[in-house]
Design a protein around this ligand. Structure first.
Ligand code: ATP
Ligand code: MG
Length: 401
C-alpha cells in the first residue's frame, strides 16, 4: 500500500464568493505548473476539494514542491480506496504505522455517502478497535491526539487522510494583478517582492544599473535574486535601466545633500513610465520606516510626490531581524549579502537629507532638463525574462544522483 493522493486545503479562498472559481482555477494551474517535473501527476478538483493524484510518484517529493505554492494553506497525504470496510481498515492501519513519532491517535469518520452500510459512530468504533488490536504501542486520545486519521466516505470512494502539513498560505499568484518591484541587490526588496506575491500579486521587476560604476556581477546578483523569486511564481520580467547618465547629472545639479532625494524621484518617474507601457497598476519597494535617510516620513512624503501610482511597501513596519528571517527562509539572503556595489551606494551623498523639503527639490529639479534623460533611460531599457525552468531542471538533475 502507498499514499496515492495529496489533499490540498486552501483556507480563505473558500470565502471568495463569486470569485472563488477564478481563484481555484488559478491555484490548480499554478500547482500543475510547479509539478511539471512529475509527468504522471494530475491535479483534480471535485466537490469543493482539490487533490494531487500521485500516480506512482513519491508523495514526499511532491509535498516538498507544494510547500512553495501560495494559496495552499495545508495538505495531507491521502489514500483512496473502494467503499469497502476491509479496504478502509487496511488503509487506516497503513496511515497509523507510517506516521513518525506518534503515540496517540484518533479516528474521525465522516459518512457523506449515506448508502454506505455503517454509520459514522459505528465506523469510529470498528476502525479504532482494528488499529488497537493490530498494533501494540498506540493509545487512543480523542482530545489531543498526535495523529488524527480522517476517513471520508464519499459516493465515488473513501479517502483516508492523516496528519496535516502546513502550506505557505496566501493567495494564488496571478489573482491580484501585477506590480512593478523596484529590485536592488539588497536584502529588503526581494523580501518585499515575496510578500507581494504572497497576496496573489504577480511581479515584474525594475533595476537601476549604473555601469561602469556598478559591475556586471552586481547585475547578475539581481538576476539571481529574481530567479529565487520565480520559485514562488512562474516567470519574472526584469527591466534593467541604464541609469548612469541621469544619475551623474543629478549629482552635478543637486546641492545640499538632496541628490538622493532627486535620484529616488527619478527612479519613481521611470518606474511609472514602465508601468504605463506594461499595463502594471502599482509599484512595490523594500522601504522600511526609519531605516535610512530616504525612508523617513519626510523623505517618503517628498519622494512620493512624483507619482500617483500606489506604492506597496510590504516591509514598512517590520524590524530588520524579521526581514532577515524571511530572506533566509526564501534563500535570497546569501545572494543579497554578496559584496557588489549598488548604484545608490556609489552616488549617495555623504550626508543625505533626512528631512528633504518638497519646494527645495522642485526648485533643484526645475534647473535642468531631466525629462530627456528619463526618456533616454526608458528607451535604453534591457528586458530580461527569468523563468523557473532552470530551478525545476536543477532539482531533477540533483535527484538523479
Ligand atoms: P534594499 O535592501 O532593498 O536595497 P535598502 O534598505 O538598502 O533596501 P534603499 O537602498 O534606501 O534601502 O532602497 C529602498 C528601496 O528602493 C529598495 O528596497 C528598492 O525597492 C529600491 N531601490 C534601491 N536601489 C535600487 C536599484 N538600484 N534598483 C531598483 N530599485 C532600487
Ligand atoms: Mg539598498
Amino acid at each position: 500500500m502507498q499514499y496515492d493522493h495529496i489533499l490540498i486545503r486552501y483556507g480563505e479562498l473558500a470565502l471568495k464568493g463569486k470569485n472563488q472559481k477564478r481563484f481555484l482555477q488559478k491555484l490548480q494551474a499554478n500547482i500543475r505548473h510547479k509539478l511539471k517535473e512529475f509527468p504522471n501527476v494530475t491535479v483534480k478538483r471535485t466537490q469543493g476539494r482539490m487533490f494531487v493524484i500521485l500516480n506512482g510518484h513519491d508523495p514526499h517529493e511532491v509535498i516538498d514542491k507544494c510547500k512553495n505554492i501560495f494559496g495552499i494553506h495545508s495538505f495531507s497525504l491521502a489514500i483512496k480506496v473502494a467503499n469497502n470496510i476491509d479496504e478502509i481498515k487496511s488503509a487506516s492501519l497503513f496511515a497509523l504505522q507510517n506516521a513518525d513519532g506518534v503515540k496517540t491517535f484518533k479516528v474521525t469518520v465522516k459518512r457523506i455517502n449515506k448508502d454506505f452500510p455503517y454509520r459514522s459512530q459505528d465506523m469510529n468504533q470498528i476502525l479504532g478497535g482494528h488499529l488497537l488490536t493490530n498494533t501494540s504501542h498506540y493509545t487512543v486520545d480523542v482530545h489531543h491526539p498526535d495523529l488524527e486519521i480522517k476517513v471520508e466516505v464519499r459516493s465515488e470512494a473513501t479517502y483516508i487522510t492523516s496528519g496535516v502539513v502546513k502550506g505557505l498560505g496566501g493567495l494564488p499568484v496571478g489573482t491580484a494583478g501585477k506590480t512593478l518591484l523596484l529590485l536592488s541587490g539588497g536584502i529588503d526588496s526581494p523580501v518585499a517582492g515575496y510578500l507581494a506575491m504572497k497576496r496573489g500579486v504577480e511581479i515584474e521587476a525594475i533595476h537601476f544599473h549604473s555601469p561602469p560604476f556598478t559591475s556586471d556581477r552586481a547585475k547578475q546578483k539581481v538576476l539571481d535574486l529574481a530567479e529565487e523569486l520565480t520559485g514562488f511564481g512562474h516567470k519574472i520580467k526584469i527591466h534593467v535601466v541604464p541609469f548612469t547618465k541621469l544619475q551623474q547629472r543629478i549629482f552635478q545639479e543637486t546641492p545640499d545633500g538632496y541628490g538622493m532625494t532627486v535620484m529616488r524621484r527619478m527612479m519613481l518617474r521611470i518606474s511609472e513610465q514602465v508601468c504605463r507601457n506594461e499595463d502594471i497598476l502599482s509599484l512595490t519597494t523594500g522601504e522600511n520606516l526609519g531605516q535610512v535617510a530616504s525612508q523617513t516620513m519626510e523623505s517618503m512624503n517628498t519622494i512620493n510626490e512624483v507619482t500617483n501610482y500606489p506604492v506597496l511597501r510590504p516591509l514598512l513596519t517590520m524590524d530588520k531581524d524579521e526581514i532577515i528571517e524571511i530572506s533566509r527562509k526564501i534563500d535570497t539572503f546569501d545572494i543579497s549579502i554578496r559584496p557588489y556595489e549598488d548604484c545608490c551606494t556609489i552616488f549617495v551623498p555623504k550626508a543625505p537629507k533626512t528631512k528633504p523639503k518638497r519646494d527645495r527639490v522642485n526648485y533643484y529639479e526645475s534647473q535642468f532638463n531631466y525629462q530627456d534623460l528619463i526618456d533616454e533611460a526608458v528607451e535604453g531599457i534591457e528586458v530580461i525574462e527569468i523563468t523557473d525552468e532552470k530551478q525545476i531542471k536543477e532539482e531533477v538533475f540533483e535527484d538523479l544522483f
